[in-house]
Design a protein around this ligand. Structure first.
Ligand SMILES: [Zn+2]
Ligand SMILES: [Zn+2]
Length: 250
């Protein structure tokens, strides 16, 4: 990387992504999404398209919105509410820049392939969802895709060759889908979003039992002992995994 490029990225880390979004370069957005997602697939392609369309419509809805804010800079001004934790969600995180870590991503455990984009302080936002007939589009783009997915992902019975083929078909399907007009695959509507408050800045605290550093919002008092972490308290905790948010008994 040249020093100039490094300097540019140090000023604006998402500059390449921002340019791809502004140029409506869906293929580049998909490539950059795969940097974090690890592979190409229809789900992440749908997430990329839902983000690009949703952010474009949000900009139309709020013309005074700073174009720089069409992608999150991690300050929670732009918020994304995503309703699934499948591949789709990485297309949302990558393109919008609203991520788990910067608290601009809200996860609702609904299993619906949908995302809402909203700006803090604005009454209206945009919800984009995958159309009910999306499978037929994937099948049309790539008839073998779902059969391979069943074998490799669902049944975990694929050979290394099947896995390689599945990755290749996933890539073919993803790049074929992004050529289609958004409205053939997705539906968008203006909505009044409900957003949680800004993420609290919670002081860190040291658990008296294990000595680990823990957010002060994630401790409990146990009799005389103040501020015990959930693990030491032995009361279980919630975790987000493939099935969604579940209670882990600890
Ligand atoms: Zn995927
Ligand atoms: Zn502890």
């Amino acid at each position: 990387m040249t020093p100039e490029k490094m300097n540019q990225l140090m000023q604006t880390p998402r500059i390449d992504f921002i340019h791809a979004i502004q140029n409506k370069d869906i293929a580049q957005c998909l490539v950059k999404t795969a940097e974090i997602h690890g592979h190409y697939c229809p789900g992440s392609a749908f997430g990329v398209m839902a983000s690009l369309w949703g952010l474009e419509l949000l900009q139309t809805e709020h013309p005074n919105m700073d174009p720089e804010k069409t992608a999150s800079s991690g300050m929670e001004d732009l918020m994304a509410v995503v309703e699934t934790n499948a591949c789709f969600a990485d297309g949302i995180q990558a393109v919008s820049g609203c991520t788990l870590g910067n608290n601009a991503l809200v996860y609702r455990d609904l299993g619906r392939f949908a995302v809402t984009f909203a700006l803090r302080g604005q009454k209206t936002g945009v919800r984009v969802r995958i159309r009910g007939d999306f499978r037929s589009h994937v099948e049309h783009a790539l008839p073998e895709f779902f059969g391979l997915m069943e074998k490799v992902i669902k049944n975990r019975k694929g050979t290394p060759e099947d896995e390689a083929e599945f990755r290749e078909k996933g890539r073919e399907a993803a790049f074929a889908l992004i050529k289609r007009p958004f409205e053939t695959l997705l539906t968008a509507e203006k909505i009044v979003p409900s957003l949680p408050p800004y993420a609290p800045i919670s002081p860190s605290h040291v658990c008296p039992d294990c000595g680990e550093t823990v957010m002060a919002t994630k401790v409990v008092d146990q009799g005389e002992k103040k501020g015990v972490c959930f693990i030491c308290a032995g009361k279980g905790f919630h975790e987000l995994e493939g099935r969604g948010i579940i209670k882990n008994k600890g």
